[in-house]
Design a protein around this ligand. Structure first.
Ligand code: GRF
Length: 194
């Protein structure tokens, strides 16, 4: 059983979907052993209490440098014996401290068909640009902004009457369905290579 840490800054609906998926599996190949948030007031921390996931809320402002911030997180990851990192709405780039410690063992989900519309507000960016197709991407994480190798993509059609809310709902529905399954598949693949 691989031990996963989920990183999230906001609502945490993807974290919630992962927990629901795990609760419905008779033989899951991973468990969420830690929730990390860089926003001490994030809603995801409330969700973590409900699911009884150990959480670590840490503000970057409490540290003199980014590397010290990440070292504090790394310490928690080691303490919890974490094998694999899942970014789910973590609104921060990872630096070398975390990337080097978990090389090829970090995934992210992004609400567009990368490489289109990386960074913040990808749903709004797609609507403003006027594309008729956007989607969801799950990818490995490297030092860039939403740039790592792509694992999975699913297109979503944008209707002429689409609003940011309706598109966000469509995208989240796919995210919640696919992210837990793709995480499980990545971990299966990893175990096959170890
Ligand atoms: C998701 O749309 C994900 O693709 C993006 O951030 C959002 C997080 O949503 N990276 P939630 O906090 O899981 O509800």
């Amino acid at each position: 059983m691989q031990r996963v840490a989920v990183f999230a800054s906001g609502s945490g609906s993807n974290y919630q979907a992962i927990m629901e998926y795990l609760a419905n599996q008779s033989h899951p190949n991973f468990e969420v052993a830690l929730l990390i948030s860089d926003q001490p007031k994030a809603q995801v921390l409330e969700r973590a209490k409900t699911w009884e996931t150990k959480s670590y809320a840490v503000s970057v402002k409490a540290f003199p440098s980014m590397s010290q911030f990440e070292e504090a997180i790394l310490h928690q990851l080691w303490e919890a014996d974490i094998d694999f990192l899942v970014l789910a709405g973590y609104m921060r780039l990872l630096g070398p401290t975390l990337l080097n410690a978990f090389r090829d063992k970090i995934v992210n989900i992004h609400p567009s068909l990368l490489p289109s519309f990386p960074g913040k507000d990808a749903i709004r960016q797609a609507l403003d640009y006027g594309v008729q197709v956007t989607g969801v991407t799950i990818h490995f994480v490297d030092e860039g902004m939403d740039t790592g190798p792509i694992i999975y993509q699913r297109p979503v059609l944008i209707d002429s009457s689409e609003t940011a809310d309706s598109l966000s709902t469509k995208i989240h529905t796919i995210e919640h369905e696919m992210y837990p399954q793709i995480i499980a598949a990545c971990i299966r693949n990893l175990e096959g290579h170890e």
